[in-house]
Design a binder for this molecule. Structure first.
Ligand SMILES: Nc1nc2c(ncn2[C@@H]2O[C@H](COP(=O)(O)OP(=O)(O)OP(=O)(O)O)[C@@H](O)[C@H]2O)c(=O)[nH]1
Ligand SMILES: [Mg+2]
Length: 1009
């Protein structure tokens, strides 16, 4: 018997910004949305962009979902935003979907966000279909011939395929890298193609491709004109006419297959002669003709009539004779190749149903975790049963109910379905804000069992561990499902239950869930894996209410905002300001607007963006290898030597990237948290990459630059235990083992505070072994030294959390700390012996050690040519050649470094990729739009951290420098210094400022007047 779930599909639409997602969705809704949208309005209304600001800006900002019915199937469609600032909405949409329609604008081609969404789909094991949209532009705008159009589309398909095969083979390539590598690859690919004779079509080659029209997972469409097709439709058509088999037509209506009319035969390239590929001859040419006929007005009508007759289309005479050629065209095309029909049949045919998909998707989103050995068998058995239920998408009512909430969203109360008494006494305080204006709903998918109204469910946070008896309260809560809705874009339709494999909105969880969570009918259930976000919230501003009396309203508003947006981060800075972190400028604007108008409803003061920086040392300053900074604690008992060096950039980046995994590891959690069956152990993978990163750079530098040895000595990472800075235990091989009794300052008895390579041991670079206590050193003293180990780490954490330049975290530094303590002076020790119970003197001492380590680390950084590190965006801008000059002007002003410039084949469009400091990016989009009359709009994607080469403390010293810059009084402040001073000023730190420059000169001038 066919299962109910076999008649369900959950899909999302993904693409770069403006490639036509919402327009395409319009047609699907008009065709299968049960009449919520009239076909005449499809493509114009952009039904799923129901927010005012979405309509005004004509971009999607929030993903929206709608339930469609088609051929007895229900299709849950989620439209996602393409703008990079809203990539978190893509992540939340992808988790709930099993398949995706990936759109590419055939004129624009593959763009930065196309890479990103393909990666998202890949990571979540969501099966994609490709839709080449805006085909009409090839005909009417670019005026390509059918053959040229074919070549272009072939190029796009192969580019997308090469991105997908990149994911398969090279897991570690970031989007930025693959975009930059893209151009070369394309060039190589083309050469190969030219050299290839295409003698016989290589089947095995095409099988490797993810997308090909032959497999039926590529569609061609024009969303504005309301049509779409796959080559399959034409195969049906020509089968009847020419008498070929369906299979052979499906195969040959794309690629290098040619039809010889005389022989009535399909041949490969060699025998083709001057014939055109069948795709061109049988599909594109008729299309082009219809467009031509429509645009020709009266003369074309005859031709149109022929088409209408041949295809047996029913089109009213009124429509056919309409004066507006566009209307005629749309009438004919949407009857001939109806968009919703053809796209949705591809969805049903190619994309998996929930049961099929969950069978393989569980390995990534609901991985099997290892349970602690002391777990009771009942618990273990139930955990496994729940997992199996999720895997098989068990939709029986008695199956455990497991639901994943991927985001919370706020709906104005007026928009809630009527007739529902939201203000009943039992409404949940967290569902609505105090003023009853917004209602919070959870965007969720049922993965197993049935969820119904009135049911009580456990709300599990991502940190919940069912095998632990003691749970933090916030990780496990109980909530009641107040209402369930099936989502119809802006509308919500109440329903009383939802079965496994369906997407629903849930009311009743507002006060329990902040961003995402797992709901379950049993406590013995693992939470789902966290969502993968493409970016990090990088743009931050401080907000305060204009009227201090409204502070409370602001705090409440911020809490609501934090809940309503999957990505925004709201925090309180150390200086007591409310800080909002968003993904980019547009996202920030949206957040501020929502905060002002919906959640807080007060006037706000918004600070200029606060940009995050890092601090490091000059990577070329290697000549002072053995140099160190020495600090002694105020009581003179502890001497600390700190040496600092820069680690290879690749290693820094890797540590940054792997923070999640390292955090689990360092915090002592069992590593299986992320261990996935059938895949390499993530810790082993990380180890291999660490080794590669550590040795990779050393090859270039040669000499003693190798970092491999140091991997054995990692004591801690910082700041906060996981950052891109390393604390090493001293290298005893190099130093020679220090012995108790020989001291650095000549006093009688010292002991060393020795760390242990704790992190190295966890990673398996070093073998854990118990330190043999040195018999020579006095037992008491070395015991005290051991007790101080933690303080060294604490000092290191503090130092790496706030650097000496402007109190920003350190980046890419390796510290070696050697610390020795000496006997307490007799008076002191007498005192401590007198009061064995009190640990005051010990507490003071340990505090002194922490401070001394921190100061020594900071001093060491200052000593070794400190540098500022800034975050860089990868920026992609496309514009026509007319505005290229202006665009470069804007880029140059913002310290951007252009990486490559590419001309889009057959168009006047240039795409430029550049790195641009985040600090310079504010207002970039607006300025660019103004300077180019709206012809260029950029996409900014966080790329990497980069150290500024400039020395912030530069003072001319050498003769040449003096000649160039004078005595220093007139040196213009360099960029690094300016940025540092700005941060220091913001943080209320001391800034050296010369208010009056050249006072004497000014006086002389004044006298002259
Ligand atoms: N010529 C042409 N224009 C199209 C087509 N499809 C969409 N457009 C236009 O492209 C623009 C963007 O369309 P949207 O549907 O809003 O694009 P989107 O992908 O939803 O954009 P975001 O949600 O902001 O990422 C609109 O002006 C559409 O009219 C098409 O097939 N042909
Ligand atoms: Mg859209």
């Amino acid at each position: 018997m066919e299962r109910e779930t076999a008649r369900t599909r959950n899909i999302c639409i993904l693409a770069h910004v403006d490639h036509g997602k919402t327009t395409l969705a319009d047609h699907l809704i008009a065709g299968a949305g049960g009449g919520v949208l009239h076909p005449k309005q499809a493509g114009k209304l952009r039904y799923l962009d129901y927010r005012d600001d979405e309509q005004q800006r004509a971009i999607t900002m929030k993903s929206a979902s709608i339930a469609l019915r088609f051929q007895g199937h229900s299709v849950n469609l989620i439209d996602s935003p393409g703008h990079i600032d809203f990539c978190s909405e893509v992540s939340t949409a992808v988790r709930l979907s099993d398949g995706a329609l990936v759109l590419v604008d055939v004129c624009e081609g593959v763009h930065i966000q196309t890479h990103a969404v393909l990666r998202q789909a890949w990571m979540e094991q969501v099966k994609p279909c490709l839709v080449l949209n805006k085909m009409d532009r090839l005909i009417t705008e670019l005026k390509l011939t059918p053959l040229e159009a074919y070549t272009r589309m072939k190029g796009i398909i192969s580019e997308v395929n090469s991105i997908m095969s990149g994911f398969r083979s090279e897991k570690y390539l970031s989007d930025v890298d693959s975009i930059l590598a893209g151009a070369e690859e394309k060039a190589n690919g083309r050469e190969q193609e030219d050299g290839d004779s295409f003698d016989d079509y290589d089947d095995s080659e095409s099988e490797k491709d993810v997308f090909s029209p032959q497999q039926g997972n590529v569609a061609f469409s024009s969303a504005v004109d309301g049509w779409a097709f796959r080559t399959y439709q034409f195969a049906e058509l020509y089968r009847a006419k020419r008498g070929f088999s369906l299979a052979s037509l499906r195969k040959s209506l794309w690629g290098d297959f040619y039809f010889l009319p005389k022989e009535e035969k399909i041949v490969g390239k060699k025998a083709a002669g001057k014939h055109k590929p069948m795709f061109v001859q049988f599909i594109l040419e008729p299309l082009w003709q219809v467009y031509k006929a429509c645009m020709e007005g009266k003369q074309g009508i005859e031709m149109l009539n022929k088409v209408v007759e041949k295809m047996k289309l029913t089109i009213s005479v009124r429509e056919l004779q309409n004066r507006d050629p566009k209307i005629v065209l749309q009438a004919v095309m949407s009857k001939w190749l109806p968009l919703h029909d053809n796209i949705l049949s591809m969805v049903l045919e190619v994309l998996p149903d929930p049961a099929t998909a969950q069978a393989y998707r569980t390995t990534t989103m609901y991985p099997r975790r290892l349970v602690a050995s002391n777990t009771s068998q009942d618990v273990e058995a139930e955990l496994e049963a729940v997992r199996r239920a999720v895997e098989s998408c068990d939709d029986r009512p008695e199956a455990p109910c497991v639901t994943f909430v991927s985001k919370m969203f706020a709906v104005p109360v007026e928009m809630m379905p009527r007739g529902e008494d939201l203000f009943k006494t039992d409404w949940n305080a967290g569902d609505m804000d105090a003023s009853h204006r917004e209602c919070f709903l959870a965007f969720a998918r049922v993965f197993s069992g049935v969820i119904s109204v009135g049911q009580h469910v456990f709300v599990l946070s991502a940190l919940y561990d069912p095998t632990e008896a003691q749970q933090e309260k916030k990780n496990l809560q109980v909530a009641r499902v107040e209402a369930l809705y099936s989502m119809m874009g802006r509308g919500l339709e109440p329903c009383d239950k939802a079965t496994a494999g369906n997407v629903v909105a849930i009311r009743g969880l507002g006060q329990y869930i902040l961003k995402s969570a797992t709901l379950s009918s049993t406590q013995n259930c693992w939470p789902f894996a966290g969502l993968n976000f493409q970016a990090a919230p990088i743009v931050r501003v401080a907000v305060e209410s204009s009227d201090p009396a409204n502070m409370a309203a602001l705090s409440r508003g911020l809490r609501l905002l934090n809940r309503a947006d999957p990505f925004v981060e709201v925090s309180l800075s150390s200086t007591g300001e409310h800080v909002i972190s968003a993904a980019g400028e547009v996202h920030l604007e949206l957040c501020i607007k929502d905060l002002k108008e919906r959640f807080a409803c007060v006037e706000l003061e918004v600070s200029p963006p606060l940009v995050a920086f890092r601090e490091t040392i000059d990577e070329n300053a290697t000549e002072v290898k053995t140099d160190y900074v020495e600090v002694t604690t105020p009581n003179g008992r502890c001497t600390i030597r700190v040496h600092v060096a820069r680690m290879p950039n690749a290693l820094t980046q890797l540590l940054d990237e792997s923070s999640e995994l390292l955090k689990n590891l360092v915090s002592g959690k069992k590593k299986p948290q992320t261990a996935i069956e059938g895949k390499a152990d993530p810790v082993e993978a990380l180890k291999a990459r660490l080794l590669a990163a550590a040795s990779g750079d050393s090859e270039k530098k040669k000499g003693d630059g190798s970092f491999e040895k140091e991997l054995k000595r990692i004591w801690a990472l910082g700041p906060r235990g996981v950052g891109p800075n390393i604390l090493l235990v001293p290298d005893y091989d190099r130093l020679g083992r220090p012995k108790g009794g020989t001291s650095i300052d000549g006093s009688t008895s010292t002991a060393e505070i020795r760390g242990s390579p704790y992190v190295s041991e966890l990673l398996g670079f070093a073998v854990a072994h118990k330190q043999s206590t040195d018999p020579e050193s006095s037992g008491l003293l070395s015991a005290e030294a051991d007790g101080l180990e933690g303080n060294i780490v604490a000092g290191f954490q503090l130092a790496t959390g706030a650097g000496p330049l402007c109190e920003e975290p350190l980046w890419g530094l390796v510290f070696t700390v050697e610390a020795f303590i000496s006997e307490a002076s007799t008076a002191e020790s007498a005192e401590s012996q007198n009061q064995p119970g009190t640990s005051t003197s010990y507490g003071v001492f340990s505090g002194q050690v922490i401070t001394a380590v921190k100061e020594a680390c900071r001093a060491a950084v200052l000593h070794r040519y400190p540098r500022l590190v800034e975050a860089m965006y990868l920026c992609e801008v496309s514009t026509t050649s007319q505005y290229l000059g202006q665009m470069y002007g804007v880029l140059a002003k913002r310290r951007a470094r252009v990486l490559k410039e590419e001309m889009r084949e057959g168009t006047d469009m240039f795409t430029v990729h550049a790195f641009m400091p985040v600090a310079e990016s504010f207002g970039f989009a607006d300025e660019l739009r103004r300077k180019t009359s709206g012809a260029a709009s950029p996409q900014l994607m966080l790329s990497h951290w980069e150290a500024l080469a400039e020395d912030p403390f530069f003072v001319p010293k050498t003769e040449e420098e003096l000649e160039e810059f004078g005595d220093g009084s007139s040196v213009p402040q360099n960029t690094a210094r300016k940025l540092i001073d700005a941060v220091r000023r913001r943080k209320g730190l001391h800034v050296e400022e010369k208010v009056v420059r050249h006072a004497t000169k000014q006086r002389t001038l004044a006298r002259k007047v």
